[in-house]
Design a protein around this ligand. Structure first.
Ligand SMILES: NC(=O)c1ccc[n+]([C@@H]2O[C@H](COP(=O)([O-])OP(=O)(O)OC[C@H]3O[C@@H](n4cnc5c(N)ncnc54)[C@H](O)[C@@H]3O)[C@@H](O)[C@H]2O)c1
Length: 447
């Protein structure tokens, strides 16, 4: 097989580990690179073609494969463009910032037969590999803990996109969660989130999270994430066995320089990517990791007051909708009145208004004065809205349904959403077409 002609999109912190690993490969050759910062292109080998945008680089037709290293919110668009151009993709985690995009990318890769590979560098960490359970030991694993603790300010470069929830995907759960979840999938196979608690800062960034998961055979797992850790970095895995044995892997042990463990990990990332290209594999776990991220956000959404009717209800599916008009005003004297019912059936095609409130009131007839308007949304998947449901905007929870106001009914309901801080549509990035889901307070049954 001839050497793969590889391009790189994004020449920031992590790209240097890819560039170093590429130099040692007989099966790959760096032929092009792109970054919107011209100065990032300085210093590349003279025979590497340079671009300021990925579109132009892909259109040149000189690539077999591309490595995508841009901020998280750009992954989906760059990956889509590459797959459409028939270029195999190695993308940094997370594959996307919302599960919908990740699933679409996987479908596109399957349809086109072009490899789509998400890089989870920690699965190649030498200390982790040293404690992988043998086949005989695997059934005896009782629990696993993965810790990913750091102070994110020590990791941001000139562009502080990590500290913008819309660009990084939310915070520590969206950014570090995928690596931690991928390690659990390496150790335990498929896992699901059973409990989650997340601490947000004033900017809405999740800075700390404790997430509990379990495997189908009942092994439990804990993921601890922290972006405000005051003691440097701690990234480790602990496996406990039913006979009392415990194996611990400190992912940074033996790699004293800042980020120095990454060199050997990214060399192995490229080994696996090369295998994925040869096999035309559609995904390496990026979709699964993102589904776990979404489940962690979903289960952690602030519980608020959940009326009795929800406590008594059974399972139900998620209701989905699409924003048709954004609103951007607030009121301190709106005088909405909570209806006596805590549930409303909503049909496909209906349009309802979404309104946030920071008032902690949930009784029939209660006045709701302090409101921030989000916009109007069209129901695309019918169902039942219940007080207590989590409201997710592009997969990210923003609050829970407090109740319904019927002052505009039968034209539409005002769906009141309990939040800590009043927000309007533009403040949470709403735009026509944004996906808004209403997810049950309990585990959902959506296929
Ligand atoms: N830094 C780490 O330790 C680390 C570890 C694992 C994974 N990652 C992942 O690697 C990716 C990159 O992270 P980073 O820390 O290297 O970020 P970074 O900010 O250092 O680098 C991003 C680069 O992308 C460039 N860029 C931004 N928009 C662009 C565009 N539209 N077209 C071309 N270039 C563009 C920026 O100019 C910058 O050079 C992220 O997905 C991150 O989650 C980072």
């Amino acid at each position: 097989m001839s050497r793969l002609r590889v391009g790189v999109v994004g020449l920031g912190v992590i790209s240097r580990f890819y560039l170093a690993a590429l130099q040692n490969r007989a099966d790959m050759r760096l032929v092009a690179a792109c970054d919107l910062r011209e100065e990032a292109l300085v210093g590349l080998d003279p025979d590497v073609r340079r671009y300021l945008g990925h579109e132009e680089m892909f259109a040149a037709g000189e690539l077999d494969a591309v490595i995508v290293n841009v901020p998280n919110d750009l992954h989906a668009a760059v990956c889509r463009a590459a797959l459409e151009a028939g270029i195999a993709v190695c993308v940094e985690k997370p594959l996307a910032t919302v599960p919908k995009d990740a699933h679409e990318l996987q479908r596109l890769a399957e349809k086109t037969g072009v490899a789509l590979f998400t890089a989870f560098h920690r699965r190649y960490n030498s200390n982790v590999l040293a404690i992988l359970p043998t086949a005989a030991d695997r059934d005896a694993v009782e629990s696993v803990t993965v810790r990913y603790l750091e102070r994110i300010e020590e990791h941001v470069g000139g562009d502080r996109w990590y500290l913008d929830p819309a660009r990084c995907g939310g915070g520590c759960v969206a950014d570090n969660g995928p690596n931690a979840f991928d390690l659990l999938r390496l150790l335990l196979g498929e896992v699901r989130v059973t409990a989650s608690s997340i601490v947000y800062d004033d900017l809405g960034i999740d800075r700390k999270a404790d997430i509990t998961l379990s495997s189908p055979s009942g092994t439990t797992a804990t993921v601890e994430l922290d972006w405000s850790y005051p003691h440097g970095e701690a990234k480790d895995v602990t496996i406990r066995y039913s006979d009392g044995r415990e194996r611990h892997a400190d992912m940074l042990a033996g790699y004293p320089e800042f980020k120095s463990s990454l060199s050997h990990e990214y060399a192995a990332v490229l080994d696996d990517f090369a295998a994925a290209v040869r096999a035309g594999r559609a995904d390496s776990g990026g979709v699964a990791a993102l589904d776990l991220v979404a489940a962690a956000y979903d289960l952690a959404a602030e519980p608020g007051r959940v009326p009795a009717v929800v406590e008594e209800s059974g399972l139900k599916r998620t209701v989905r909708s699409e924003v048709v008009k954004v609103l951007k005003h607030r009121r301190e004297d709106r005088g909405m009145v909570l209806e006596p019912f805590a549930s409303r059936c909503v049909r496909q095609g209906e349009i309802h208004e979404l309104v946030t409130t920071d008032q902690r009131t949930a009784g029939a007839g209660d006045l709701v004065d302090r409101v921030g308007f989000l916009g109007f949304t069209e129901i695309t998947r019918a169902g039942v809205l219940d007080a207590g449901d989590t409201v997710l905007v592009d997969g990210r929870p923003i609050g829970r349904i407090l109740g319904f106001d019927a002052c505009h009914f039968p034209n539409h309901y005002n769906v009141l959403i309990a939040v800590d801080r009043l927000v309007t549509g533009p403040e949470i990035g709403l735009a026509p077409g944004t996906d808004v889901a209403f997810s049950p307070a309990r585990k959902e049954t959506e296929p």
